[in-house]
Design a protein around this ligand. Structure first.
Ligand code: GTP
Ligand code: MG
Length: 440
């Protein structure tokens, strides 16, 4: 997402930065290009027009034009306007401060409601809260089962009632939650292909019955301006408290993300960035703006690492590395930790400047997979003491993991090099990581 827009804006900015002196005309020309780039990204035309006008007004001021680096200043103005377009500050979802707190999730068919319910449940379970997933979609035949499968997969409780209408199911679910020390009730409502009166009436009724603390609309970012229209309609009828943009990992052009807040006035609270239940992020306007402008998003990257990597294990690993005592079991653990963080190229792109450099490069995750397969074919004693691995063991490991003996040799070589390197490091002779020695 946003990659085309980012490219286009980078080209405009390059010109701006290159020009030592800026005139009103320079800026006007650049702003025309910015407006074009926004429209091509499917940003609502009124929003694009207002955006450019506002940047222009601020940019032609004397203090900018006469400054030492006017180009840089204009870029900062664009950045700040983008942040404001996206909603200024991050708006967190309602805190879990009563028992139970209720989140109601609504949206059109296939927008990602059920998935989001699972993601919210997992997010709060990880914070030691007790969620309850409520099946309030009784119309699509497999919907109740789908939610149950999700609930089971993350060991969260599930609630459904046969033969009852959604408003009653939701009311009963809240009663059940009150009696069973549930912290958070998450209502998964039904979707429709289009907004219709029947659906809206039912959602209004649920809202009336349970008085949710948070009424989230899931808007599919892939549908561009349609998502914005849908959000407007839902907001008019239901007074939603927040928007969740789903499928932000797709190749949508970004128009929905950039227009929805401005058009509806409703904050974007979360971004759904994949099909897996861990793929949910708080929405931060400033970080998103930096990402759009190709400045990277180092803060989210660090947060992601902190969330998924077990700190205790990381410290333990560091100690082992320094003593050069690590073995293949540690190696495997390390790979797992990295894998938990998600696709590597996605992560690397968040580092400032790396996005562009990585264009067209795919991180060799196959190589990582191969290493993991080889290590998994080793016996525990072999993993703990790689010195045991002789010729015949190598052949067995290669056969077991579906690799060549060469690949096994290569992995062992990498392992010994790393061990030596860390041992040297400990002795103060560290010279940096040899190129190609790490699998990524
Ligand atoms: N790539 C990607 N896929 C997603 C995301 N969120 C949901 N999906 C996928 O979108 C499809 C629909 O998701 P659901 O959660 O079932 O959508 P829903 O709104 O509950 O659908 P209905 O109950 O039929 O109205 C599924 O295949 C999900 O895996 C996301 O953030 N990224
Ligand atoms: Mg659903």
């Amino acid at each position: 997402m946003f990659s085309n827009l980012t490219d286009k804006l980078e080209t405009v900015f390059k010109k701006l930065r290159g020009a030592g002196m800026l005139s009103e005309k320079n800026i006007k020309d650049s702003m025309r290009e910015v407006r074009q780039a926004l429209l091509e990204a499917d940003v609502n035309y009124k929003v694009a027009k207002r955006f450019v006008k506002s940047v222009q007004e601020k940019a032609v001021g004397e203090s900018v034009l006469k400054s030492i680096e006017p180009g840089q200043q204009v870029i900062k103005i664009v950045h700040d306007e983008l942040v404001s377009l996206l909603g200024n500050k991050a708006e967190p979802i309602a805190p879990i401060d009563k028992s139970p707190t209720v989140y109601m999730v609504c949206g059109l068919q296939g927008s990602g409601k059920t998935t989001l319910c699972g993601k919210l449940a997992l997010m709060h379970r990880r914070k030691n809260k007790k969620p309850l997933l409520v099946a309030a979609d009784i119309y699509r035949p497999a919907a109740v089962k789908q939610l149950k499968v999700i609930a089971d997969s993350i060991a969260v409780e599930h609630f459904s009632l046969e033969g009852k209408k959604p408003p009653e199911i939701c009311r009963e679910a809240v009663k059940y939650a009150e009696k069973n020390f549930i912290d958070l009730v998450i209502l998964d409502t039904a979707g429709r292909l289009h907004i219709d009166d029947e659906l809206m009436t039912e959602l209004e009724e649920i809202k009336e019955q349970v008085k949710p603390d948070e009424l989230l609309l899931v808007a599919d970012a892939m549908t561009g301006q349609d998502a914005v229209k849908v959000a407007e309609e839902f907001h008019k009828r239901l007074n939603i408290t927040g928007v969740v943009l789903s499928k932000m990992d797709g190749d949508a052009r970004g128009g929905a993300a950039l227009s929805i807040r401005e058009v509806t006035g409703c904050p974007i609270k979360l971004a759904s960035i994949g099909e897996k239940l861990g793929d949910l992020e708080p929405f931060h306007p400033d970080r998103m703006a930096s990402r759009i402008l190709g400045m990277g998003d180092i803060v989210s990257l660090v947060e992601k690492a902190q969330e998924t990597i077990d700190e205790g294990k990381a410290i333990e690993m560091q100690e082992k590395l320094l003593k050069a005592q690590f073995n293949f079991e540690d190696f495997l653990e390390q790979m797992n930790q990295i894998k938990k963080m998600g696709p590597l190229d996605g992560l690397l792109k968040m580092i400032p400047g790396v996005g562009k450099a990585l264009k067209g490069v795919t991180v060799d995750e196959k190589n990582m997979e191969r290493m993991v397969a080889i290590i998994k074919s080793m016996t525990i004693p072999e993993r703990r003491n790689p010195g045991l691995i002789d010729g015949s063991r190598k052949r067995r490991i290669a056969r077991g993991s579906g690799n060549s003996v060469q690949s096994v040799n290569q992995l062992l070589k990498q392992f010994y090099t790393m061990q030596k390197m860390f041992s040297n490091m400990n002795k103060g002779k560290f010279k940096g990581l040899p190129k190609g020695m790490m699998p990524f």
